[in-house]
Design a protein around this ligand. Structure first.
Ligand SMILES: NC(=O)c1ccc[n+]([C@@H]2O[C@H](COP(=O)([O-])OP(=O)(O)OC[C@H]3O[C@@H](n4cnc5c(N)ncnc54)[C@H](O)[C@@H]3O)[C@@H](O)[C@H]2O)c1
Length: 446
C-alpha cells in the first residue's frame, strides 16, 4: 500500500477524516452501522426526519447485527459508542471534515432506473466539499447505489467538476455497488467481496483501502464504470436464470421442473434456480432495465424479451397451473408480503400479483406477514389481515409466498383445513406430512 493511502487510512481510523452517508435507508443505514462499528466517525443525511431519528436512536433498519456488536465482529470497538451524527440538513457535513461521501439514495422508480435523487444530492456534495477546509487527500465520492454506468459521464462527473473542483486533484469519484442479502448473517456488507472502481488508479487504491475497514475482501475493478456495470450484470444474470426456471414451470406444467433443475445443477457449471411465483425485490427485477438503458433500446433484444415474459408471468402460471389447483377454493390465506424471508422488504414482491390475481378470479384473499402490522397489511396490500396460525383452519387454500422463520418453524400441519390446497413458492414445506386430503403443490414441481 502506498504511503499516501496508508496515511489516509490512518486518518480515517483516528477520526481525523469522517465518512458522510447520503440517504440513510437500507443501504445507507447499514453502511453507517458497519463503518461506525469499525470505529469510523460518520455523518448521515436523509430527507426523512423519521429516518434521521432512527439513526440517532441506533436503529439501522435491516442491519441484523445490534450494537454493541458481538466481540467476534469487531473486537476493538465492540462496546465503544458509535460516532454517528445524522441530520436532515446536508450543510451539517461542512464542518465535520468528511473525506469520503457515500451516495446511497434510491435510483429507481417502480421498475425503472431513476436518477432524480442522485442528481439532487450531487450538487450538495460538491458544495460540502467546496466549503470544507482544504484536505491532504482528494475527497472521495463513492456511489453505492445501483446506477446505469453511463450516468457517470452524463451527469455525475459534470456536476462534480463544476465551480472550481477538479477531478482527480480535488475529488475522486468511484462506484462501489452493494450486494448485501439482508436476510440473515451470511451475505452481509462485511462478508461479501466488495467490487470498487474509481476514476483513476489512485482513486481505486484509496477506495480499496477504505473498504478494507469493513469488508473482508475487496475486488478492484478497472474503473468506476466497470464496477458499476458489475452490479447490473450480476443481477441481470440472476434475472435470466430465474426467468428461465419460471419459463420451464409454465411451459412444461406436467413436469417437476424444480426437480429437473436440481438434477441439472449437479453439473459443475450450472447454478441452481427454483421456479417461483415471480421475481421480487430492489435489485433483480430492475437489473435488465439498467442494462437496456445503458445499451440503448433494441440493442439487447434477448433482455427485452425476458422483461416482457416476466411482466405477464404470474398470470400465466395461474392460468396453466394454479387456477386448476385452486378450483372450488374460495378463501385463500396468503403468507408473506416480503419478497425475501425474515426481512421487511415488500418491493415488487410476488405477493402483490398473487393477491391481485386471486381477487380478480373472484376468490377472497387475506394476508399475514409477521413483519407488518394489520394496518400496514391493509395499507400496502389492500386486503384484510389474518391471524397466524389460528385462522388457517378457516381457509380452503394457503399460498406460502415467503418462508419467514415463524412459518417454517410452526407445526403448520395442525392448523391446515382437511381438504386445503397448499401452494408453496420455494418448497419450504416440501417435507411436511400433511393430512391425506390436503393437496400440496411446490411451484414448478409438476
Ligand atoms: N435494499 C437492497 O437490498 C439493495 C441492495 C443493493 C443495492 N441497493 C441499491 O441501493 C440504493 C438505495 O437503496 P435502499 O434500499 O437503501 O433504499 P431505501 O429506500 O431504503 O433508502 C433510501 C433513503 O434515501 C432517502 N432519500 C431519498 N431521496 C433523497 C435525497 N434526495 N436526499 C437525501 N436522502 C434521500 C430516503 O428518505 C431513504 O431513507 C438503490 O440504488 C438500490 O438499488 C439496494
Amino acid at each position: 500500500m502506498a504511503s499516501a493511502t496508508r496515511e489516509f487510512l490512518a486518518a480515517v481510523r483516528s477520526g481525523e477524516v469522517g465518512a458522510g452517508v447520503w440517504g440513510c435507508g437500507h443501504i445507507g443505514a447499514s453502511a453507517l452501522f458497519h463503518l461506525a462499528v469499525a470505529g469510523v466517525r460518520c455523518a448521515g443525511y436523509d430527507l426523512s426526519a423519521a429516518r434521521v431519528r432512527d439513526i440517532e436512536a441506533g436503529r439501522f433498519l435491516s442491519t441484523a447485527v445490534t450494537h454493541p456488536a458481538p466481540a467476534a465482529t469487531t473486537p476493538d470497538t465492540a462496546t465503544a459508542p458509535l460516532r454517528i451524527r445524522a441530520s436532515t440538513d446536508w450543510r451539517d457535513m461542512i464542518d465535520q471534515n468528511i473525506g469520503v461521501h457515500l451516495v446511497c439514495v434510491p435510483t429507481d422508480h417502480g421498475r425503472d432506473p431513476s436518477s432524480t435523487a442522485l442528481e439532487n444530492v450531487l450538487p450538495s456534495i460538491r458544495e460540502v466539499i467546496r466549503a470544507s477546509a482544504p484536505s491532504r487527500w482528494p475527497r472521495l465520492i463513492i456511489i453505492e447505489s445501483t446506477i446505469v454506468p453511463s450516468w457517470l459521464d452524463e451527469f455525475v462527473l459534470p456536476i462534480i467538476a463544476q465551480h472550481g473542483l477538479e477531478l482527480n486533484r480535488d475529488v475522486y469519484v468511484g462506484a462501489a455497488p452493494r450486494r448485501d442479502w439482508f436476510s440473515g448473517e451470511e451475505h452481509t456488507l462485511r462478508t461479501l467481496p466488495r467490487v470498487v472502481g474509481g476514476t483513476s488508479p489512485e482513486a481505486t487504491a484509496l477506495m480499496a483501502a477504505f473498504y478494507s475497514l469493513v469488508c473482508q475482501t475487496v475486488k478492484p475493478a478497472k474503473d468506476a464504470h466497470h464496477a458499476a456495470l458489475t452490479k447490473v450484470v450480476e443481477n441481470a444474470l440472476r434475472y435470466h436464470g430465474i426467468s428461465f426456471a419460471n419459463a420451464l414451470a409454465v411451459g412444461l406444467p406436467r413436469y417437476d421442473t424444480a426437480h429437473v433443475l436440481a438434477l441439472a445443477s449437479s453439473k459443475w457449471n450450472i447454478p441452481y434456480y427454483h421456479p417461483s411465483l415471480g421475481i421480487g425485490g430492489h435489485c433483480i427485477p430492475l437489473a435488465p432495465q439498467y442494462l437496456v438503458t445503458e445499451a440503448g433500446a433494441g440493442a439487447m433484444p434477448l433482455i427485452e424479451q425476458t422483461v416482457d415474459f416476466n411482466a405477464g408471468y404470474f398470470e400465466r402460471l395461474y392460468t396453466t397451473t394454479l387456477a386448476r389447483l385452486l378450483e372450488g377454493r374460495a378463501r385463500v390465506a396468503v403468507l408473506g408480503l416480503a419478497y425475501t424471508p425474515d426481512a421487511r422488504m415488500e418491493k415488487l414482491s410476488p405477493a402483490f400479483s398473487v393477491l391481485r390475481t386471486l381477487r380478480q378470479d373472484g376468490r377472497e384473499a387475506r394476508l399475514h406477514d409477521p413483519y407488518y402490522s394489520d394496518a400496514e397489511i391493509r395499507d400496502l396490500a389492500g386486503v384484510e389481515p389474518l391471524a397466524f396460525p389460528d385462522d388457517l383452519k378457516d381457509y380452503d387454500a394457503i399460498v406460502l409466498v415467503t418462508a419467514h422463520t415463524p412459518y417454517v418453524q410452526d407445526d403448520i400441519e395442525r392448523h391446515v383445513a382437511p381438504n386445503a390446497v397448499i401452494v408453496d413458492n420455494f418448497g419450504a414445506w416440501r417435507d411436511r406430512r400433511f393430512p391425506d386430503g390436503v393437496r400440496y403443490y411446490e411451484v414448478g414441481a409438476g
